[in-house]
Design a protein around this ligand. Sequence first.
Ligand SMILES: [Zn+2]
Length: 269
Amino acid sequence: MKDRKSTMGKSSGDDIFEKDYSKIRQIQPRANNSGDQKIRRLGENPRRFQGKSRQKKGFSFLKKAAAPFLAFAIGAAAGVGGGYYLWGYEHPYTVNLKEVAIPSWIEQNFIRKNLFSRPDVTLKQVNNIVIHYVANPGTSAAANRSYFDNLADQDPQQPGTVGGCHFIVGLNGEILQIIPVSEVTYAAAPRNFDTLSIEVCHPDDTGEFSQETYDSLVRLTAWLCEELELSSKDLIRHHDVSGKACPKYYVENEDAWKQFKKDVKKAMK
Ligand SMILES: [Zn+2]
């Protein structure tokens, strides 16, 4: 709309100027000295002339023909504006991940900074929380923490194993945080740069979590959703990111996954 209007104004304004200027030229031979000066001044400042004409012409044109079109265009623009607002384009991310205060029921025991599992890269925003299972039946949260920490001992000059997560929920419901929430880890490629990852321990090959583990996972996830201004809809499985069969039980039991999200929603204040 804007472009159309200015183009219209410009062309009509130019036409008017040409006409007026030719009139001035025509009367020039008959003018005396003072008249000459007047004409020259007008001729030297054609913009002033042009601007006046444009304004007048533009107004009458709008009045006669463009008003219905303008009304429609404003209506359409308002509609687009509404969509812009509703769809949340350019929604600013307001959570400061460095200032998230970790409650006492989460044990912080960070692994070493290293190329393979804690690359010391700032995580700027969290759009989803990714749930995993450790895929190693009967292992504790502490054992899995050690596994990720030990990845640091690989030769950085050689290709090695990468992995990691932010939290591990253990067999007895204990919760370990092994990487700050303001740092990137390698758990859910290609979404490592806008997700947090939770690894969950499980007693056997089915991958199903014990009741204690489940309850802690719900508590942790609900708390994270509140802190990070997310909803239970923002919980995803590793499977949803890469197609990997992780967490196995929730990939094979879709209803259990849906129930988990319902339970997290219920646990949120
Ligand atoms: Zn996984």
